[in-house]
Write a protein that binds this ligand. Structure first.
Ligand SMILES: [Zn+2]
Length: 134
């Protein structure tokens, strides 16, 4: 997809996060307390990223989980990891493996079953509910 197409398809806020690697304000995201079953897809290209079963409960997690929707596992091959040394921090950036859009960051998390959690921006995601869940 060309940059112009992303611009047309996405809202300004979505574009800012997905294509300019922004971060939505904590506790602002619509999927923070989302509990429906389904698959979270990339907002920019529709690539399936996370199953709802991997979503962590943001209301009772440790500090790192609070404020953004988080997952302990991505679907196989759905995301790519990149080193991110911006903002004076050493972090692992998570991008969509299909379109390269920024999704969030991956953090070590001793409380997660995988030892890691994916801290995602709600604006980068779209939930495809399972039938009967809508
Ligand atoms: Zn994508």
């Amino acid at each position: 997809m060309k940059e112009d197409e992303f611009k047309q398809k996405l809202t300004q806020e979505e574009y800012e996060v997905l294509r300019n690697r922004g971060t939505e304000a904590p506790f602002s995201g619509k999927f923070l307390d989302e509990k429906r079953a389904g698959t979270y897809m990339c907002k920019a290209c529709g690539n399936p990223l996370f199953p709802s079963t991997a979503k962590l409960d943001s209301s009772k997690g440790p500090a790192g989980l609070v404020g953004w929707p988080s997952f302990d596992q991505a679907l196989s091959g759905a995301v790519e990891l990149r080193t991110d040394d911006s903002h004076g921090m050493h972090r692992t950036e998570v991008v969509c493996a299909r379109c390269g859009s920024h999704l969030g960051h991956l953090f070590d998390d001793e409380h997660a079953s995988t030892g890691k959690h994916y801290c995602m921006n709600s604006v980068c995601l779209e939930l495809r509910s399972e039938p009967g869940q809508e």
